[in-house]
Design a protein around this ligand. Sequence first.
Ligand SMILES: [Zn+2]
Ligand SMILES: [Zn+2]
Ligand SMILES: [Zn+2]
Length: 88
Amino acid sequence: MGEGCEHLQGIDKVKRAKRRVCEDCERMGGEWVHLRTCQTCGVTRCCDNSPNKHATKHAHASGHPVIASAEPGERWLYCYPDDAFAEY
Ligand SMILES: [Zn+2]
Ligand SMILES: [Zn+2]
Ligand SMILES: [Zn+2]
């Protein structure tokens, strides 16, 4: 999966959300729309439709390239540096 993206190709087991909350929003009392799970460290953060966009902030701050949707029934990965999507 992830044609042309070594980050997506390097993933053999997708990390799932431990808890279905954005840990940063929970701490600051924020709200979120959808959840994404970082495939490097396993933290779950909120998507770009959410006011605080914590998943993208985490990716940029940490350099962790790949997130997975943490929404039930959604099975896809996204790589920030390559702007690449893959379903699994
Ligand atoms: Zn990549
Ligand atoms: Zn958040
Ligand atoms: Zn991470």
